[in-house]
Ligand binder design. Structure first.
Ligand SMILES: [Zn+2]
Ligand SMILES: [Zn+2]
Length: 139
């Protein structure tokens, strides 16, 4: 996959970001934590190792929450409007971008549904993409 730039913002527009890199995967995650944090049937996250990442506006409004009993589940959101925003590792080893925060259509289509075993029975169905009970197997 080619290098792409992902730009997005929160609902109130105070926080804006730009992240570039090669997307590794684009998952609909049906786990309980993703349902809680999004308030809907699944999270939709683009995962990549960023070449560059910058907050164009509103970095001071970022808030984050780490689930106490989780190894690494953390959410980042705008403290003004509560919208989910990208989680970027300080060493740029990983970025997780909530696809709904993007302002343009991303250059990658969803690659799989994960944590299918945890899905709510009212959540949307599997389509043409692979489904994994929990994390995907290495391929
Ligand atoms: Zn906001
Ligand atoms: Zn999840």
């Amino acid at each position: 996959m080619s290098q792409s730039t992902f730009s997005g913002s929160c609902l109130c527009g105070s926080v804006r970001y730009e992240i570039s890199g090669n997307p590794r995967s684009f998952y609909h995650c049906h786990c309980r934590r993703c349902r809680k944090t999004t308030g809907t049937g699944h999270a939709s996250n683009i995962i990549l190792k960023p070449e560059a990442a910058k907050w164009l506006a509103g970095e001071e409004l970022l808030e984050s929450f780490k689930v106490p009993d989780a190894k690494r589940f953390r959410t980042v959101f705008c403290s003004n409007c509560g919208s989910p925003l990208p989680r970027i590792a300080p060493d740029l080893s990983l970025a997780v971008i909530p696809a709904g925060s993007l302002d343009e259509s991303p250059a990658i289509d969803p690659t799989a549904r994960i944590f299918w075993e945890s899905r709510a029975n009212w959540s949307c169905d599997a389509g043409e993409i692979p489904v994994w009970a929990e994390y995907p197997e290495e391929r």
